[in-house]
Design a protein around this ligand. Structure first.
Ligand code: FES
Length: 194
């Protein structure tokens, strides 16, 4: 009997402790349940603020040294950019490509940077070095463009290949080619930002 009384007393003492533990655990779990979705939403809310530049925005990208180029032969370069969406970061994701044509041996040389986007409907043009008539050629609907000027060589494309801006200061002072990569609307006579 005395043993039973002792057990009852022990239960009375332990009961509030157990209730306290259960209450504490419930608070912790509900706290996590509220905090996690809120924390996850913070980058989404801040995303437009934190992004380095808006898609379609422009900045200069380093391509090469002038000494890497051969006069008269266009060199193709990919344009890479770190991209971030709501969930992932992509380092050096390709966003386009260009042809750089060194057109003279002057110092600094005359350079032209062409977008590889065909102005007809947006496929990619390829350099064809066949002599005596080298060109940029689009296999989708057979558009041809002059090598030196990018002007159309048949009636398919509505305008010349798009020429991109070069950082002339870096070209003159450092002998480096930096380009301002941009996209323009296709299937239009006029060059308009895409
Ligand atoms: S998209 Fe290039 S020829 Fe049509």
């Amino acid at each position: 009997m005395a043993k039973e009384n002792t057990q009852e007393k022990l239960d009375d003492v332990q009961q509030p402790n157990r209730r306290g533990f259960v209450r504490g655990a419930a608070c912790t779990i509900s706290g996590i349940a509220i905090f996690v979705p809120v924390a996850a939403s913070v980058p989404v809310v801040l995303d437009p603020v934190g992004r380095k530049r808006e898609p379609g925005g422009s900045s200069f990208t380093r391509l090469c040294k002038v000494s890497d180029l051969t006069t008269g032969i266009p060199e193709k370069f990919s344009i890479l950019e770190d991209k971030t969406d709501k969930w992932s970061r992509y380092k050096d994701a390709p966003i386009g490509s260009v042809y750089v044509l060194k057109q003279s041996e002057d110092d600094p040389p005359k350079l032209t940077v062409f977008s590889t986007i065909c102005t007809h409907l947006g496929c990619s043009v390829n350099y064809r070095g066949h002599v005596p008539d080298p060109d940029f050629y689009c296999p989708c609907h057979n558009s041809r463009f002059e090598l030196k000027t990018g002007k159309p060589m048949n009636n398919t494309p509505p305008r010349a290949l798009d020429v991109l801006n070069i950082d002339s200061e870096k070209l003159a002072s450092q002998g480096e080619v930096w380009v301002e990569y941009k996209r323009f609307k296709t299937n239009s006579r006029d060059q308009e930002d895409a």
